[in-house]
Design a protein around this ligand. Sequence first.
Ligand code: NI
Length: 303
Amino acid sequence: VQTEQPLRLNRFDYNKFYMRKNAARRISYSRTNRKGGRIMFKRKSDPGWAAVLAAFGLLLGAAAPWFALVLSIPPPAVQADAQVLTEEDGPSPSPQVQSGDGQPKLIALTFDDGPRRSTTTALLDGLAERGVKATFFLIGKQLETNEDVVRRMDEEGHQVGIHTFDHVRLTGLNKADFDAQVDRTRQLLKNILGHNDFLLRPPYGLMDDGIRRHAGCPIILWSIDPEDWKDQNTVRVTEHVVNGARDGAIILMHDIFPESVDAAFQIVDRLHQQGYLFVTVEQLFAARCLPLEAGRTYSDAYP
Ligand code: NI
């Protein structure tokens, strides 16, 4: 930009002198050299651009801490859901998240049939952005190639459960066949996560006395089923769940479909607006002082 600067300097030694002398005082230079014509104009425009750029840089520099600050502040959703975790010793939840009897409205998102790396990872990303905890009932045979995904669930505060090794019906199985599905998956999860407190969700929600006898842990069903696997329609699934939402509900979805992941985000965002807090199954029942017992079946924690 400055290559034209010396073009006619010989005709304007006065200007040349002042350009050097007043390099740091552009304003006085331009004021005292109005007859400098073209050269003066170009000299004037160059520092002008430089000044604009410098000022912009300074503004950016000054604004950067603000951007950082704004980005570091969690959105209201995060604060709202975080309250449940600190409920015992923290401040009481704000009025809009409370149901009629003064308790916060709680709801549990549960996802079956994963992990599936692509969709489950996308789901975990979006849940983390929203500060939401969910419960995942996992297929044993999908664990070996997704151990990091399972570990991430656990580290980010989600709850992990068993959904059999091969996604088979558990009804009518003898103890050995039951263990080959449930206990085998339990051992795999224990090896990955280092703890051994996993809930069970039998595939298709099929239940019998044998399952209750062999389970060795609480059995979790659901109260809201949008059948997201049927048409994988984000809008329909979202409407079904939002319209059926109520305090203490357990929502059944499948994190193996991109459409279900999208629906889950819309469900979270809309129910957050209605004052719901998303919690794990364990947190849901603990908040209602309902103990979960091995071999018993739970479908909701309605007040
Ligand atoms: Ni399933």
